[in-house]
Each structure stands twice: as structure tokens, then as C-alpha cells.
Design a binder for this molecule. Sequence first.
Ligand SMILES: O=c1[nH]cnc2c1ncn2[C@@H]1O[C@H](CO)[C@@H](O)[C@H]1O
Ligand SMILES: [Zn+2]
Length: 434
Amino acid sequence: MKDNTILIKNAFILDSNNFKGKKQSLLIKNDKISEISSRIDENDVDKIIDATGKILLPGFINTHTHLSMTLFRGLADDLSLDSWLNDYIWPMEANLTGDYSYIGALLGAIELIKSGTTTFSDMYFYMEDVARAVDDAGLRAVLSYGMIDFSDADKRANEIKENMALFDKCNGMADGRIKVFFGPHSPYTASEELLKEIRKLANEYNIGIHIHVSETQKEINDILNEKGLRPFEYLDSIGFLGSDVIAAHCVWLSDEEIKIIKKNNVKVSHNPCSNMKLASGIAPISKLIENDICVGIGTDGASSNNNLDLIEELKTASLLQKVATLNPKVLTANEAIAMGTIKGAEVLGLDDEIGSIEIGKKADIILVDTNQVNMVPGSSNLSSNIIYSANGSNVDTTICNGKILMENKKLTILNEEEIYNKARQVIKELKETI
Ligand SMILES: O=c1[nH]cnc2c1ncn2[C@@H]1O[C@H](CO)[C@@H](O)[C@H]1O
Ligand SMILES: [Zn+2]
């Protein structure tokens, strides 16, 4: 079969290897980046995109979200995590169905594509339906089933069965764009037995693990009361931690726990908007980076954020570290670009495939338009333009796995109107069930 080629002409290419942003052209052959140079032969290419005046970046990587929860946007605001989950979200989720989860994931997928995210790491329910949405939308994803057993042995067996079934069915699906992880929800909802069993299976089948850890002070106190240890001390003591663990949040960490994270090479997903909105606290991200711990960015679900705009999330992350440490030099725009791209890829164990603009890597690419008012006149520092001036709506082209998902702000695959209408209908039905 003939190769499918796309030439992106005259873009300012920005990634963690090249913050200066050289003006170059890039050739995509099928699903990969095949050439980067100042002149590429235009003959015989299937499509040419003129990227003059545009910044080309790797697609952003959202390391922690619950995509189907986009349905619950604006449903329960101004609450603590505890009340938000127990009084609003869990009762609503009790009536979720696969179709609802699918529609929510499609709605979230539209928002990801429009704001320049090409890969996301998800933990939720009805994950086969989420996988279907990922396949339809053309995105890349790491999917985990959120296992909660509350120490019930029957429930535990079922939850493990569910996540393993997801692995068997969906790992490698959508032309390899889907990878399946385990998703024990947290140390306060998953029992010690479940966590130990997951560690065993993760080793046996080489499956990564995605978990919420150390999000609120309440969690720290509850685990201290129950186990006599802080969450990371406890997880370390049962042999759960490893370089294959994505720990979402990591807000409340002692110095000892930072050493534990480092020792085990645990990957951290930082979710500043959710942590601020639920008043959970400020994660010590600049300290983690100083200690050479791998930190990616995440939005958490759209119900605790309330959007999925990673550019906005990266700006928030940067500003929050500056104000928390009273040091404007921490989490610079360059570090934020890395956090949103290559570090995110490392968090997901996908850094051989994505996260930078290099020949041989997957063609997960976005273009950001600089000819919009909030980008004019713009800095010579491209990272500054992206992190401090831009937001997701400046993204005008999104490509994943060599396939154009949005061009000149127009979606090419998903039908916006239809999905918006379905989402409105679904949330109406769900509200009627409680
Ligand atoms: O910030 C959070 N902390 C803890 N749980 C959360 C958060 N956001 C969403 N969920 C919940 O995690 C489960 C996913 O499997 C869902 O119940 C979702 O509502
Ligand atoms: Zn979460």
C-alpha cells in the first residue's frame, strides 16, 4: 500500500529538545514523523499544511483524568473532595451506563482535541465504552478501570476480573493507540489485599498502575489512624510502589515520602486546578522537580476543574508554584512545556513513542496560531507564548498517530453538534435517576 504523507510547512517547532523553536518543515509518513528539515520536497506528498506563523508542538499529554465525567461539568461546585464524592458524584455514578460513559468520553474527546491534547490517562467505569470513544475520536489513551473494594472480598474479586477483562479486550486496541493499566482508586478505597494482588499481577503481566495518592489532609489522617503510617510509607511497606506507578495528586508529602517516591521511581501526576478547586492543597511540585522526580500534568475530571484545557493547567501549575514558594524562578515556561509533553510521556511509559518532535516518533502534533490577539506581539521565547499567553482555544490543528483530528479549528471526525445534544440529553436523564 502507498504511504500516506502530510507535509507541514514553515512551522516554529518547539519541544523539550529545542526551546528556541527553529522554523522548519516536517513530514509525516503514515503514523510517524519521517523528516524534519528546512526544505522538504513538496512533490508527491498527499497533503500540505502551511504552518507559517504557527508554533508546532508535540500533542499535550494529560496524565490524569476521568473523561466521561465531562458530563458532570458544573454539577457540584464549591465543595471539599469528601462531600463532592460522597454526596454528589458517587450517587450519580451509581446510575451510570456504558452508553452514558461513551457519550461523556466523546464530549471530553472533543474538548481534548480542540485544546491540543492527543494522549490522556484515564481511570473510570465502563472503560470498554471509553475505549470505543477513543477509537472513534482518533486519540491515544492509557485506560484503567477504577477498582474500589472497601475491603469486601467478593467485590475485590470482581474488580480485579473487570480490570483484567479490560486488559484482555482493549490493550493494544485502536491501532495500538490504547494501552491498559490497573486503576486501584486510592489507598482509602482499595484494601491492602487488593493493592498487594494488583502489584503481583502488574509484575506478572507487565501492566502499569494508576492510583490517587495523598490528595487531602483527611486522607493522610485516615491512613495514619488506620495503618499508623502516612500513605506513601504505607504503600512502600506493602511493596506496592514501583516505576510503573502513576500517583495522581501527591499534595501532602513529608520529606521522607519524597525520598520514598524517588527511591521507587514513582511517577507523579500534578492536578493543580482540581487541588485548588476542592481546596485539597498545594503539591510541592518544584521540590519534586528539584529532586529529579518525574512529574506530568493532569486536569482530573471536568467536574472538579471544570475544563480539560492543559495549556491553562500548565499556566496554573507554574503560577501556583511561584506563589507558594515566593520564588518566580520555579516551574519556568520551559519546564512547564516539558511537563506537558515529554515528562507526561515518561509518566505513562510512552516516551519512546511520543512527547517530542523527533524522527521515528509517532506523529502526535499540534499547531498553535500566533495570529490571535492574546499572542500578539508575542515574545521571542516561544514557551512563554504558549504557557503564559495562550490557552487551548489558540490551538488550530491537532494530529494524532498521523491522522488529522482538527484542522483550522474544524473537527474532521467527530460531529460536535450531535455529541453536545446527546450529552445534554444524557445528563438530563441521569439527573432524573437520583
Ligand atoms: O480527585 C479525585 N479524587 C478521588 N476520586 C476521584 C477524583 N476525581 C474523580 N474521582 C473518582 O474516581 C473514580 C474513578 O474511578 C470515580 O468514582 C470518580 O468520581
Ligand atoms: Zn482523579
